[in-house]
Design a protein around this ligand. Structure first.
Ligand SMILES: Nc1nc2c(c(=O)[nH]1)N[C@H]1C(S)=C(S)[C@@H](COP(=O)(O)O)O[C@H]1N2
Ligand SMILES: [Mo]
Length: 522
């Protein structure tokens, strides 16, 4: 009984009497902050070569610096501006981390809240850069987790109640230094690993840049562009082309390591290397690709000039056996889809594509080889990082999205979209141009009609196109009085089908319904 009383007394006096070393807490914050930044950068580096949270913040700082000041600074430091900018950003970050951690005893929540705020700034910075991607978001999550764990690990010995006096102090310091050493070691190993993984990606980017393929960017057909500002450009630039894939990090495949196997219900198995493929006669075609998950009015659709080898030629060499009706495609990262055999063997431009708009496929769009099939949604046809084609039967196929409730067949549904006037915008009363895009790949768009404020349907002017596999732009001049207005659009394809007004969700086989825009005329 007396022992218990004694212990309690000691511990209370230690808590109140021992002076708290804010310096040690700040040191813990700097080490934890450095660890968090390093692992966050290493994650971004390993997953993607072009996004870095610190780099993004530095870029925002750069863009926000008034031009004259920036010039003055660059004049002062010359070409050292970039390292200085990055270094300055890191120093500032660590200073904030140290200061925040020095509050760990008096206000234990402050360090974590401050770090979360820093991460939020990083997130905003990353999102403001072109092509942000999930990798950067994941990198920030890794950073926050590293901070939370290492800060507790390091402040533990400093915050621990222990007997007052020199020996207690020394013991705390010893434990702090031991743990700091451990943190630095683990972070260093993981950072090196991250950089090594990133190095592979950079190697692939490098070989991609050095490739010289006999391909062209294609010529945009005359009158494809109707010259209306705000309508999506007829050719979607590679950097703006939507991205959909299940892979967390895009597979990094060197062309010399790539090969495609064609097997299953065939007379002879075919294996083809990248070199074999690009030495064949390459076919080029404009094809609009769209995602089954694209909602009415959505932008998961893009048009590009693709170069590649018609897959029907390779299937013919393999010799497709009777009874087959499907091809199971597999990517290097294990994603699969089932494609109707006839879409790959009829006369359409179903390509094993190696280039997009005249450039080797971007890594995120499937480098070195992907499939593109006009008329089918991407989830049943457009395999990126393609490595395997198995000729088979639909009743034997289990593919990634069909196992998750999406339809086995995915022909593209006829669709139209209004791009201008933008929803919620103000325009001048009088003559107003309504415009957008419409697509019905491999069937073709026959006409697009617009209805303003429930009035009669009026036929829009269509832009040119080269084939029925791409979208078309459309435009219509309408007269509007001052006030609120709504314009609705619907397309009719060359089979005579007019888009239904009935709204269907994207699951299981693509959205239906009419797109519309509401705007105000002054
Ligand atoms: N390997 C792989 N290929 C894939 C996918 C994927 O998740 N993994 N997604 C598909 C889907 S759903 C679509 S819509 C298209 C998108 O192609 P893009 O990212 O080049 O626009 O790729 C298809 N190919
Ligand atoms: Mo998709």
């Amino acid at each position: 009984m007396s022992t218990t009383t004694h212990r309690t007394g000691t511990s209370e006096s230690a808590t109140t009497a021992r002076p708290v070393s804010r310096g040690w807490l700040a040191a813990a914050g700097v080490v934890a902050g450095a660890g968090a930044v390093a692992l966050s950068e290493a994650t971004a580096w390993a997953l993607r070569s072009d996004t870095s949270p610190v780099g993004a913040v530095a870029a925002v700082v750069r863009d926000a610096t008034p031009g004259a000041l920036a010039e003055l600074l660059i004049g002062l430091v010359g070409s050292a501006d970039k390292p200085l900018l990055l270094g300055g950003t890191v120093v500032l970050l660590l200073a904030v981390c140290g200061y925040a951690a020095s509050w760990a005893r008096r206000a234990p929540l402050v360090p974590d809240l401050v770090f979360l705020a820093l991460a939020a700034v990083g997130f905003a910075a990353v999102m403001s850069r072109p092509a942000p991607g999930t990798a950067a978001a994941l990198a920030l999550v890794v950073g926050v987790m590293t901070w939370v764990v290492t800060l507790r690990l390091l402040t533990g010995p400093v915050l621990d109640d222990r007997p007052e006096g020199r020996s207690g102090e020394q013991e705390g310091r010893r434990r702090f230094l031991k743990r700091a050493g451990l943190v630095v070691g683990v972070v260093a190993v993981l950072t090196v690993a991250g950089r090594a993984a990133g190095g592979v990606r950079r190697g692939v980017e490098q070989s991609r840049r050095l490739l010289r393929l006999p391909v062209t960017p294609g010529e945009v057909p005359v009158r494809a562009e109707l010259g209306v500002e705000g309508i999506a450009p007829w050719r979607t630039p590679n950097e703006e082309f939507y991205l959909i894939h299940t892979a967390l990090a895009s597979p990094a495949i060197r062309p010399e390591d790539w090969s495609l196997r064609i097997h299953g219900m065939v007379d002879r198995e075919v294996r083809i290397t990248y070199q074999d493929l690009i030495e064949r006669r390459l076919t080029e075609a404009w094809v609009t690709l769209c995602c089954v998950s694209n909602p009415v009015g959505g932008d998961l659709v893009g048009n590009a000039h693709w170069s590649g080898v018609p897959v029907r030629e390779l299937l013919a060499e393999a010799g497709v056996r009777d009874g087959a009706d499907a091809v199971l495609q597999t990517s290097q990262d294990g994603w699969t889809c089932g494609t109707p055999l006839d879409a790959l063997t009829d006369d359409r431009d179903a390509l094993l594509a190696v280039a997009m708009n005249g450039k080797p496929l971007p890594v995120d769009h499937g480098f070195p080889v992907r499939m593109v099939v006009p008329g089918l949604y991407g989830y049943v046809s457009a395999t990126k990082w393609l490595v395997d084609l198995e000729v088979t039967r639909f009743d034997e196929v289990a593919a990634y999205w069909t196992e998750r409730g999406w339809s086995e067949r995915g022909p593209v549904k006829t669709m139209s979209r209004v791009d201008v006037p933008q929803g919620g915008s103000d325009v001048e009363a009088g003559s107003v141009v309504v415009g957008g895009v419409a697509w019905a790949q491999h069937t073709g768009i026959a006409k697009v009609e617009v209805q303003v404020d429930g009035g009669p349907w009026a036929e829009a002017t269509l832009g040119g196109s080269e084939n029925d596999d791409t979208w078309v732009q459309w435009r219509l001049r309408v007269d509007v009085e001052p006030g609120e207005h709504e314009a609705v659009v619907r397309a009719t394809d060359k089979s005579g089908y007019t888009q239904t007004a009935a709204r269907a969700d994207v699951v299981p086989d693509g959205a239906t319904g009419w797109d519309s825009t509401s705007f105000r005329a002054r």
